[in-house]
Design a protein around this ligand. Sequence first.
Ligand SMILES: [Zn+2]
Length: 80
Amino acid sequence: MCVAHKGGIVVCRSCGSENRSTFGAEISLVRTGRNILGSNPVYILEKAMVCLECGFLELTIPKPALEALKGTSSQPSDSA
Ligand SMILES: [Zn+2]
C-alpha cells in the first residue's frame, strides 16, 4: 500500500495534512472513452480515506471489482 508518512503518522499524499478520516464510499465506476457502449458500471462499496483539507480520496478496489473493470475494457457484457 502506498502511503505517506510524517513522523510515523500517515498523512495525505496530496497536501501532507494529518486531517484525514475514513468514510464508507459507494462508488460507480464507468469507463470513459471510445469503448463505452454496452459497458456496465462497476459498483464498489468500500472504506475510503478522505483528506478533510484538500479532498484527496484514497481507496483500494476489491479484486472482484477489479476483474469486472478489466472485463469492461474490450468486451461489453450483455445486459438482460
Ligand atoms: Zn490533502
